[in-house]
Design a protein around this ligand. Structure first.
Ligand code: IPD
Ligand code: CA
Ligand code: CA
Ligand code: CA
Length: 269
């Protein structure tokens, strides 16, 4: 992607994400229409839908040749990653949005021919905008984020984990390995917003994030942010991420990445 054009797109995306966030903040105490999707705990609100629609309209008008891959279905049916694709999660952490009215984010990853060019994660209630452009580092608001430590060992690390897939019934994870990992770590955290968990890894306040089921819009922006500060992002088994599929994800500081994947995470087929 041409740099001048990328800067223009970046500026637009930043102003739209802030505008969408302002709207959500202004309506945070309004009555909510809450529906469920795949199961009774899979929530969606009118605000998720309105926010995605807002981006769909803005993108179509300004960049009719671009595509939108969004969670709530206002985007395009995408089967390949050619051209410029905006991967948008209008509210990441809908359960937090509904129950806590905080700890949720808007996430936008912009990819060109499959390469991540721009990542934006907006922590709406904290008014904190995390941004990255490929090759130019990552920022929290105007503050450039330093490169992540390559020294701190696993026993002094805090890892964000989704505990929901750790129940013994889950057939895909070796629970013995996970238990050893949890014992080895300094501690674990679970924030309920994948996008924020990536942002916190990029910021260096979490050492890593490991999860067994994410969709493209959950990690599209976060992966770019973490890589821009020298972190490593892949599937939990170290395979390449495929932006068109549901996936496991391991994102962490580079020096603990191999150890976590090789010694603790065994996935069962
Ligand atoms: C969810 C959140 C959550 C993660 C789920 C996602 P949503 O996204 O990121 O932290 O564990 O896998 O689906 O539905 O709130 O946008
Ligand atoms: Ca959802
Ligand atoms: Ca999400
Ligand atoms: Ca969402």
């Amino acid at each position: 992607m041409d740099k001048t054009f990328r800067n223009e797109v970046f500026g637009q995306a930043c102003s739209w994400i802030k505008e969408a966030g302002d709207t959500i903040r202004a309506k945070i105490d309004a009555p909510r229409s809450i529906e469920t999707k795949s199961n009774p705990n899979d929530l969606v609100t009118e605000m998720d839908q309105e926010t995605e629609q807002f981006f769909a309209e803005k993108i179509k008008k300004a960049y009719p040749e671009h595509f939108l891959l969004g969670e709530e279905g206002f985007g395009d049916e995408i089967e390949e990653l050619q051209g410029t694709v905006w991967v948008v999660d209008p509210i990441d952490g809908t359960m937090n949005f509904v129950h806590q009215k905080r700890n949720f984010a808007i996430s936008i990853g912009i990819y060109h021919d499959g390469v991540g060019e721009i990542g934006l994660i907006y922590d709406v209630m904290d008014d904190a905008l995390y941004t990255a452009k490929r090759g130019e580092g990552a920022y929290k608001n105007d503050h450039k984020l330093p490169q992540l430590s390559k020294e701190r060992p696993l026993e002094q690390s805090i890892l964000a984990l989704n505990t929901s897939w750790m129940v013994p019934e889950n057939p895909h994870v070796d629970h013995e390995g996970m238990q050893r990992l949890v014992k080895k770590l300094r501690s674990t955290r679970s924030y309920g917003s994948a996008a924020l968990e990536f942002a916190y890894v990029a910021e260096g306040i979490l050492d890593g994030y490991l999860t067994m089921t994410l969709m493209p819009w959950d990690y599209a922006a976060g992966a770019i942010l973490v890589e821009e500060v020298g972190g490593t992002v892949s599937r939990a088994d170290k395979g390449d991420l495929d932006l068109l599929k549901q996936t496991t994800v391991l994102a962490s500081r580079a020096n603990i990445y191999d150890e976590i994947s090789d010694e603790y995470v065994q996935l069962k087929k």
